[in-house]
Design a protein around this ligand. Sequence first.
Ligand SMILES: [Zn+2]
Length: 399
Amino acid sequence: MSHDAAAKPASSTKLVVRNIGLLLSGDLDHPILDADAVVAVDGIIHSIGKEKEIDITGASTTIDAKGTALAPGLIDSHVHPVCGDWTPRQNQLGWIDSCLHGGVTTMVSAGEVHTPGRPKDIVGLKAMAIFAQRAFQAFRPGGVKVYAGAPVLEQGMVEDDFKELAAAGVKFLGEVGLGSVKDGVTGRRMVAWARKYGIQSTIHTGGPSIPGSSLIDKDMVLETDADVIGHVNGGHTALPDDQIVALCERSPRALEIVHNGNERAGLLALRTAKELKQLHRVILGTDSPAGSGVQPLGILRMISMLSSLGEIPAELAICLATGNTAKMRSLNCGLIAAGREASFVFLDTAQQSAGRNLLDSIQKGDLAGVGMVITDGAISIQRSRNTPPATRVPEVVQP
Ligand SMILES: [Zn+2]
């Protein structure tokens, strides 16, 4: 092997994105970067800066952003996948691919609870979680990364079950409260076991989601102390306002706001977190597929809704769906920063929006147009089939 080959293996890929009009970092503390180019090598961000200052030579793919905005690929913190790109909840095919066209590149399962005949015995639930984790690790619809294999807590689980699940690769619990564990004492004990072995937890918050499920109030949420207060705005039915405020004030955990929840309650949680100067705790999900269906543009809709009605700058609203979620969920995506996964969404003002520019259009409540999505350094889609059309779209530069 020659020296050059050793330095850059034949399989190595280099992606250069230049002529970026607005670089949205996903980081709440520095949401806009003073840079117009990003380089990724083998799917990982290598450098960010002014085109003249960084090495853009030797690219295997070059993209001219045409002055559009580049943001981290959006993360949906709360989905309910089952198997493949199919959901039995609404008997719909291709829902994950459709969300990719809404700029989503990463999804976190809150439990494969819609699985027909879902096993509730402990051997069965562990087997299903490991199967889902394995299947979605190997299957990425359109390039979307789905962190699945999220077992729901059932009575009778012991510490060794969590140890075994963690050793098998399970990283997330399904929503606490969707199984037979419905009291804070048991929930807290099992969540602590999960945490001990590196498995992150989420709790269902609010009224029953479907017939057969039940209310989880603020006392159970606080006592269980899961890592993520799942749909703090209800999924769909929200807790009373004073309980939502209490969760914001008395828990240090992530505050997840979902599309399939109560929108007024979501705005209350956002405003309370903002007043507490704890916007870093706010993360976004759709909680789809669900009774309300699948919303391919759900995360973009949340960004516009929270920015326009919650009165936060659009560049910060985008952080809620990217860097905040990545940090709260320990994912190596969601930020435009060296060493992070090179998963991006190109955004521009939707055609004919009344907004003066992309950020102004979002703050006015319009949806952004998606012009391209990249997952792990490779182009997944060009102009979105689902968003309103972006005014400008990036172009692949022919060598
Ligand atoms: Zn739920």
